[in-house]
Design a protein. Structure first.
Length: 138
């Protein structure tokens, strides 16, 4: 088989999994692609700080209306976005922020049981609970 025939045969074969780059295109070499680094926007210290700040605002808004974390995590994504906007927060792109808010509310519940007279555990908008406690998108 001549060089041209070998080239045509090689071109017609499917690339092996090792030759496929992480973006789906065949790699020029047979070497494994380097694993991509963690997303700096998702894992960096600034992102973590922003996520915690957003979760804190969401937790306070939900706490004031006596809506627990399990209830919120059961809501649809669409309704959680509505709640985030109402709370004055850009809606989180992941469930992780909502889970952090759930953890913060659980800690507030512990504080409430320990001393119900603490000003930090007072709920300010209980009259709005019925408006927000059920997801209308079910």
């Amino acid at each position: 088989m001549g060089d041209r025939d070998r080239w045509l045969t090689a071109r017609s074969e499917e690339p092996s999994p090792e030759q496929i780059a992480h973006d789906g295109r065949p790699s020029s070499s047979g070497a494994q692609p380097d694993s991509s680094p963690a997303d700096p926007f998702r894992q960096g210290t600034v992102a973590t700080s922003n996520r915690r700040a957003k979760a804190k605002l969401l937790a306070r808004w939900l706490w004031d209306r006596d809506i627990d974390g399990a209830t919120v995590l059961g809501f649809t994504d669409k309704y959680r976005r509505v709640i985030a906007r109402e709370a004055g927060v850009n809606p989180p792109s992941t469930l992780e922020t909502w889970e952090i808010a759930d953890d913060l509310m659980a800690k507030m519940e512990i504080k409430l049981k320990a001393d119900p007279r603490l000003p930090a555990v007072k709920r300010h908008h209980l009259d709005e609970r019925s408006q927000w406690a059920t997801d209308p998108h079910w």
